[in-house]
Design a protein around this ligand. Structure first.
Ligand SMILES: NC(=O)c1ccc[n+]([C@@H]2O[C@H](COP(=O)([O-])OP(=O)(O)OC[C@H]3O[C@@H](n4cnc5c(N)ncnc54)[C@H](O)[C@@H]3O)[C@@H](O)[C@H]2O)c1
Length: 324
């Protein structure tokens, strides 16, 4: 860790600059590299794929342009590409692992990172669903400093990060991970149990399950599901979370009133939800429905529109102050 402002990377006023190692520089690794560089940290990256360094530089440039946060050239001066994983993490304060989502690959990468990184470094994995206990199974030096730090796509724009420790993780490591993410403008939450899919993906899965079931049963079309959320509750959920939002539905009586009043029927709906199996028939229905819904759309243009609107939404949230 460096506190010498003469060597500080751009964007750092006077405070601490971290040496961050980014291991695996695909979609998510590039987004993390952009975030850490933009916050003034120095980044050393490693990815064994042919041409990975050029792709990373290009992706960081694209992410910076997408975010409308100035020029990438000065940030890229603080990016180094290492010839091996061990060299990338050798003097890291913080490691963010973004390799393929395959348990055996991640276990071996994290064992190698743990062996080569300084014992004080925090090691976070971007895994979408594995637990830190699974990920650290082959690590022998200091496995307790391996946590999940799960971002959300597009990860250079969306603030949420889910931090999941294992039972071997100290309170100090948890706080350092949370603080590191806060300091790069993220919004971390601490997940207190190791569950498949952490929290946000489980919440999405609960909704996808019912959406798929309703389509499967012919209750509504794919595009009706999307309208029901994106022109309905989804509009509110981006502003206030679903529970704070629910309390507003209780008027002056707040959450107590809404739960007393609407809790009983809500419980009937909850217990009526169906489980689905994602078999071939259902997959075909969903694919055909989305193809029809998006038939005149270019996915690249759609993704750009989504990202532009996300930026405006995030700016609006800032303008109105911190909401829950
Ligand atoms: N894409 C998403 O929406 C998303 C969102 C949140 C989290 N994640 C998680 O982030 C991680 C990365 O996902 P992605 O979408 O960036 O995948 P990706 O396929 O774009 O990138 C994976 C990268 O890992 C590299 N790699 C393979 N073996 C390696 C090794 N031994 N050492 C270092 N690098 C290695 C590959 O060359 C590739 O560049 C996964 O764990 C995924 O679950 C993905």
């Amino acid at each position: 860790m460096s506190t010498d402002s003469s060597t500080a990377a751009p964007g750092t006023d006077s405070g601490t600059t971290l040496k961050v190692a980014i291991i695996g520089t695909g979609v998510i690794g590039a987004a993390w590299a952009t975030g850490f560089l933009s916050a003034g940290h120095s980044v050393t990256a490693f990815d064994p794929a042919e041409g990975a360094e050029e792709r990373l530089r290009e992706q960081v440039t694209n992410c910076v342009e997408d975010a409308g946060s100035g020029s990438a050239a000065s940030l890229l001066e603080h990016l180094t590409f290492a010839p091996s994983l061990a060299e990338a993490v050798a003097d890291a304060d913080f490691v963010q692992e973004n390799g393929p989502e395959r348990l055996e690959v991640k276990q071996s990468m994290l064992a190698e990172i743990d062996a080569a990184a300084p014992e004080v470094a925090v090691i976070a994995s971007s895994t979408s669903g594995f637990s830190p206990s699974q990920l650290s199974a082959q690590a022998t030096k200091a496995p307790g400093r391996i946590v999940v730090g799960h971002p959300f796509n597009p990860a250079h724009l969306v603030p949420l990060v889910e931090v999941v420790p294992s039972s071997a993780t100290s309170a100090e490591v948890i706080e350092r991970a949370m603080e590191t993410y806060r300091a790069v403008g993220k919004k971390p939450i601490l997940v207190r149990a190791e569950l498949p899919g952490h929290v946000a993906n489980r919440l999405q899965a609960a909704m996808w399950q019912e959406a798929y079931s309703l389509v499967d049963r012919g209750v509504v079309s794919v595009s009706d599901i999307d309208t029901a959320i994106s022109y309905g509750p989804g509009l509110r959920w981006a502003i206030l979370g679903p529970l704070a939002q629910q309390s507003l539905s209780g008027g002056a009586g707040g959450m107590r009133h809404v739960l007393d009043h609407l809790g009983p029927p809500q419980e009937v709906w909850m217990h009526d939800l169906k489980k689905v199996h994602l078999g071939e028939d259902l997959k075909e229905k969903l694919i055909a429905g989305v193809d029809e819904e998006l038939q005149d759309r270019d996915p690249a243009v759609l993704a750009k529109q989504r990202d532009d609107m996300l930026l405006e939404l995030i700016a609006l949230k800032r303008k109105y102050g911190e909401l829950p």
